[in-house]
Design a protein around this ligand. Structure first.
Ligand code: EPZ
Length: 418
């Protein structure tokens, strides 16, 4: 199992490029199951979750080719509409194939995801939505079995809680349903908008993506398309925090500044200088002291839960007390204990964490519990005195492509060891 060995203390300087969004690429890959024609996707990041999704698509019957950095998918026939436990347990986003499979093949068998390091993460809203669209759903032996032998029919689905992949799953089911589907209290994340654009390019009729009401007119069938995935806003945000926490001067390139607005506001309030240097780059400079600023995670356009851990690392270096409230997941503070082992002063009480800073961090052996927690430990290690060894970096490889090389190119002392 790989580890990262990091020696803190260097201010990061220079440009750090961003890849395509993992959380946009995952539903885009699943969407290729909706058509027999080829779908070509550009800017798919080379991360572990994407490889897992590609494996799943191959098992289902799709052909997946990687040509010149683009991924070409062709699902001329659905051979086995099933997502097995072995894949779902390693990646919960596998449930994104549920909607496309029922819509295209009339049935799907998808393993129920089990527990997760950051919260219970049920998929009851995916199931509820598909039932509204007329699918018959049964649960047995740890699997969801969905059937709609005569096709799905449009309906109004009101999500009683905002769900990102739930919105995406239902949107993919509804594009081939008969008649109109209205999704209310839908997620407004940029990844939902990107998926709607891809589906529209494939011939779907979708209005309102990016707002909380999405209207979909079902069509008989979809065709192929060629699409470029949006930049990864969480990767961009992670590098922006890397610039700020090390007192450096980092320009994050190839990103969409509109997607990181909530983080930019917090960094500015904390005393960092943030400027948009071009249509797709943001510069973060933090020469002086940082101030503590409270933060609450919210759905987009609020502050992303996927940047909460990284923000907590930043607040260990800020003057004062920051209250961080996590509203999306019930158990997403596992990094706090690891940061405490590095000398941070953090008290967690339910959904709330209180971070008192600034504290001089010292290198230690720490364990990454999930993807974003591992990113936050890398950030903490960049300012810690001495050596930090981060174990189980396979978590970080799920969502960041060559993060150690990107940070090292900006001056970080980080290496991967086996
Ligand atoms: C997506 O997960 C992202 N994953 C997550 O990114 C991200 O943290 C999350 O959205 C929130 O922004 C992908 O896009 C692949 P939700 P998702 O359904 O869709 C509850 C990362 O680090 N809920 O929006 O699974 C759920 O338990 C990952 O890249 C239900 O109760 O999240 C949570 O409390 C981690 N029933 C809340 O809603 C459901 O049926 C929001 O979850 C579905 C969700």
């Amino acid at each position: 199992m790989d580890k990262f060995v990091i020696h803190g203390g260097n201010a990061l300087r220079g440009e750090i490029p961003v890849n395509g969004s993992k959380n946009s690429a995952l539903p885009a890959l699943a969407a290729a199951l909706l058509t027999a024609e080829p779908v070509t996707l550009h800017r798919i990041p080379h991360v572990r979750d994407i490889r897992t999704m590609q494996r799943l698509l191959v098992d289902v019957g799709a052909k997946v080719d990687i040509e010149d950095g683009a991924v070409r998918l062709e699902a001329s026939k659905i051979v086995s509409p099933e997502a097995p436990y072995e894949l779902v347990k390693t990646m919960r986003a596998s449930s994104l194939v549920l909607g496309p499979l029922v819509a295209r093949a009339g049935r799907a068998r998808v393993s129920l995801p089990g527990g997760c390091a950051i919260g219970a993460r049920p998929i009851n809203l995916h199931i509820f939505g598909l039932e509204q669209l007329g699918a018959r759903i049964e649960q047995s032996h740890g699997y969801i079995e969905a059937a709609a032998p005569n096709g799905l029919r449009g309906a109004t689905v009101h999500f009683d809680r905002i769900t990102v992949t739930g919105t995406e799953d239902l949107m993919m089911a509804a594009v081939l349903a008969k008649g109109e589907t209205v999704l209310r209290n839908a997620a407004r994340e940029p990844e939902v908008v990107d998926l709607a654009e891809l589906l529209s390019e494939m011939g779907a009729k979708i209005e309102g993506a990016g707002t909380s009401t999405i209207r979909i007119q079902g069509v008989e069938q979809l065709g192929g398309a060629e699409h470029t995935i949006i930049p990864d806003r969480i990767e961009a945000g992670t590098f922006m925090v890397a610039g700020a926490i090390t007192g450096g001067d980092v320009t994050v390139t190839g990103c969409n500044p509109e997607h990181v607005g909530a983080l930019v506001a917090k960094l500015q309030q904390a005393g960092a200088e943030v400027t948009q240097t071009s249509a797709d780059s943001v510069r973060v400079r933090a020469a002086g002291k940082l101030r503590s600023v409270d933060m609450t995670t919210e759905e987009f356009p609020g502050f992303a839960t996927d940047l909460q851990a990284q923000y907590m690392a930043l607040m260990t270096q800020a003057e004062g007390i920051a209250i961080i409230v996590e509203t999306i997941f019930e158990n997403r503070f596992m990094h706090a204990q690891e940061m405490a082992r590095m000398g941070a002063n953090i008290r967690v009480d339910g959904k709330q964490a209180m971070v008192a800073g600034p504290r001089a961090l010292s290198g230690a052996g720490v364990i990454a519990s999930d993807l974003r927690a591992s990113a936050s430990l890398v950030l903490a290690a960049l300012v810690a005195k001495g050596e930090t060894v981060i174990d189980r970096v396979y978590h970080i490889d799920r969502g960041y492509e060559k993060i150690e090389q990107k940070l090292a190119a900006a001056g970080a002392r980080i290496e991967r060891v086996e």
